[in-house]
Design a protein around this ligand. Sequence first.
Ligand SMILES: NC(=O)c1ccc[n+]([C@@H]2O[C@H](COP(=O)([O-])OP(=O)(O)OC[C@H]3O[C@@H](n4cnc5c(N)ncnc54)[C@H](O)[C@@H]3O)[C@@H](O)[C@H]2O)c1
Length: 400
Amino acid sequence: MGQPVEVLIIGTGMYVCGRGTDGYGTILPSVMQAYRDGLVSRIVVAGTRESSIKFLNNQVEALRQQLGIDVEVEGYPKSGNDPEAYRKALTQLGPRSCVIVAVPDHLHGPIAREMLEANQPVMLVKPFTPTVKEGQELCQLARAKNLYGVVEFHKRWDLANRKLQEVIEQKRLGIPLYALVEFSQRKRVPQEIFGSWVEQTNVFQYLGVHYVDLLAHIFKAIPQRAMAVGQSAYLNGCGKHTQDSIQAIVEWAIPGSVTPFVSIFLVNWVDPNSSSAMSYQAIKVIGTKGRYESDQKCRGQQLVTDDYGIEDINPYFTQSYSYGTEGRKEYLGYGIESIRTFLDDVWRLLEKTVTLEELEKSRPTFQQALISTAVTEAVGQSLECGGNWIPIKNVSEAMA
Ligand SMILES: NC(=O)c1ccc[n+]([C@@H]2O[C@H](COP(=O)([O-])OP(=O)(O)OC[C@H]3O[C@@H](n4cnc5c(N)ncnc54)[C@H](O)[C@@H]3O)[C@@H](O)[C@H]2O)c1
């Protein structure tokens, strides 16, 4: 095995280290585990406040115990508040390094751009960018610099979705006709966890985008037009100016198909905080010869306790499991796997055992992610004009 890689994580929130939850997030456990396995040599994390680095350090300490490793995680800013601490953190990296960007949606484009300009391979959490224009700029920059850029669309790694992919590839459903996606989360996500930036995104861009990418990936489909309507009956009253729920229809062209394919998305982020899981998620796909139904909330594991009530556990996302004999844990699931895949890819690119062209075929690269941005942008435009159909033009050209 060649030299391991250094990793800079930008962001110290829920997805990085579990802020606002009982857990430890997804990015930090995955990267620390990669350190345990010898793939990563150094971990640097940038937030904006000293207090967020203190929280991060507590999470790191707990994970060190769980994983049985003695890793130093360097946090920035070292003191005080500094929204540009990530720039100082960047200067700490050596030549074999990469960056994972996990900041609020509206900062994805500018921060990812800076990282590419600094010649870093980048993994950006979803959504890619709010506009196609910004997304195209990132694609062009990555291409000009011959750098790897991917979006962390982890649903591609969910075994339930990989099985759907196989079923579609085998044409077992016949001609694809339509899909129905439902995805929602507890109201404390927009109210508390994303409270400071929730008005800069919408629930379709936050949740719906996952399944937009998944459908584009599985069906090799190109979106043609989109329309959407939404409701505001709860969050506005709490002082959060964003819609509670959105219903969107997207019409796609599937190469070789005789009919357009239509997907319907029903998303909200006002589920009760007492819901038995953070996410309610389900997908159905209907074709001329069959249907595929996947309940991605109730996976069959239910835990009922005096302390927490009823919990529906998703054993396939990010979960800890007992490991070995010394009270150790390991983290498994499609969240962990998608981040680990990026680190593996960066290492293989450095070792020259894989090429960017090969990865382009199978990973959620910036290029591929432009499709999801074209759809979320069109949905946003439709919401603004009261639900009109918005044509999605020239996605293929934008990707070329
Ligand atoms: N929570 C999830 O399950 C999840 C899953 C996948 C992707 N995402 C995406 O990840 C992103 C972050 O989500 P989150 O859940 O961690 O949100 P969060 O609100 O908990 O955290 C956002 C983090 O960004 C940091 N940040 C803001 N500006 C920064 C800057 N200039 N430099 C460094 N850090 C900065 C904040 O300090 C905070 O730690 C969002 O785009 C979200 O859509 C979240």
